[in-house]
Design a protein around this ligand. Structure first.
Ligand code: UT7
Length: 325
């Protein structure tokens, strides 16, 4: 039976030039390299230059993804941009990227699911392509979290970084089996009872200011391993597969200890997990496409590999997607 699948034709990423190490932070705030690396695995992060916006990072990542796909920008008729740090409250940053790419047709909009944003955006785009409403999509995760950090709050400011990653999607006809290339399963979840465990204390309808990120880190950590493990297992099961069959696990990059706990819980080996948080920190919606691009470009992820993406973040939101590369 022929089934329409959505495949990844290309990917790309972009990181701001400026690298800030844990030692750089320790020179300014009450922290140490040993604490940050020991509690999280993070050693450094990239920070956007003054005047460098989320749309700039997203545009560069999109161009790199289009180049990798060998596709002209005009072929794209859908842009879904996951971000919690848009250039402006509105319009969607995706429309700015659309204009810079010279695309004047189709649709462009933002998706806001914080660190789960890329998985949400991927799933939305997959369904818009599968329905036939659009034909080729750019899905981008881009963030300038450095602008919403309270640089005097050592419990949060050491964790995050800036960056962007993008993938180009198109449809392909498959046989309806797990050997098909493309997205084989995707699941999204949220539970708004935890709204105030990880949030930004500003907003247009609340206090008309941008605000700063606030997090009860221990509380987020407590839910992370359970939520992530259960969505991995149910997504893999939806496709009729087992976690042991996954070739590469490309998670949201928040904390190495969360990844170790998840790997133990679902029975996966740590060497199948792509880890970039040491160099990138937590780049929220950008972290998965950034990690994907690293592992694809260095030759780890190859055509035919089974790749699992997962994320959890503010809301709480969480989700996973299983892809035959
Ligand atoms: O991407 C969205 C999802 N976000 C996450 O997944 C983050 C989840 N949470 C975490 O990753 C961890 O909870 C953190 C890395 C944020 C914190 O690690 P923790 O092991 O939960 O530490 P803690 O918050 O329990 O703090 C332990 C101690 C505290 O001192 P006392 O009260 O024990 O004396 C903190 O004040 O570490 C102290 N501390 C620091 N010390 C040095 C907190 N931040 C720092 C710091 N440098 N930067």
């Amino acid at each position: 039976m022929s089934v329409t699948r959505v495949i990844i034709r290309g990917c790309g990423s972009y990181l701001p030039e400026n690298i800030v190490t844990n030692h750089d932070l320790a020179a300014k705030i009450d922290t140490t390299h040993e604490w940050i690396v020991g509690r999280t695995g993070i050693e450094a992060r990239h920070i956007a230059a003054d005047g460098e916006l989320t749309s700039d990072l997203a545009f560069n990542a999109a161009q790199n993804a289009l180049k990798d796909a060998g596709m002209a920008a005009e072929e794209i008729d859908l842009i879904v941009l996951a971000t919690s740090t848009p250039d402006h409250t509105f319009p969607a940053t995706a429309t700015k990227v659309q204009a810079r790419l010279g695309i004047h047709h189709g649709a462009a909009f933002d998706v806001q699911a914080v660190c789960s944003g890329f998985v949400y955006a991927l799933s939305v785009a997959e369904n818009l392509l599968k329905s036939g409403q659009h034909s080729k999509a750019l899905v981008i995760g881009a963030e300038v979290f450095s602008r919403i950090l309270d640089w005097e709050d050592r419990t949060t400011c050491v964790l995050f970084g800036d960056g962007a990653g993008a993938v180009v999607l198109e449809t392909s006809e498959g046989e309806g089996t797990n050997d098909d290339r493309g997205i084989l399963a995707a699941q999204l979840r949220s539970d708004g009872r935890y709204y105030d465990k990880l949030y930004v204390d500003g907003g247009p309808s609340t206090n008309q200011i941008t605000g700063f990120l606030r997090m009860e880190g221990r509380e987020v950590f407590r839910h992370a391993v359970g939520n992530i493990s259960s969505i991995i297992l149910s997504t893999v099961e939806q496709a009729g597969l087992e976690p042991s069959q996954i070739d590469w696990f490309v998670p949201h990059q928040a904390n190495k200890r969360i990844l170790e706990g998840t790997a133990r819980k679902v029975g996966m080996s740590m060497d199948k997990i792509v880890i970039t948080l040491d160099k990138h920190g937590n780049t929220s919606a950008a972290s998965i496409p950034l990690a994907l691009d690293v592992a694809y470009k260095d030759g780890r992820i190859k055509k035919g590999d089974l790749v699992l993406l997962e994320a959890m973040g503010g809301g709480f939101t969480w989700g996973a997607a299983l892809i035959r590369w």
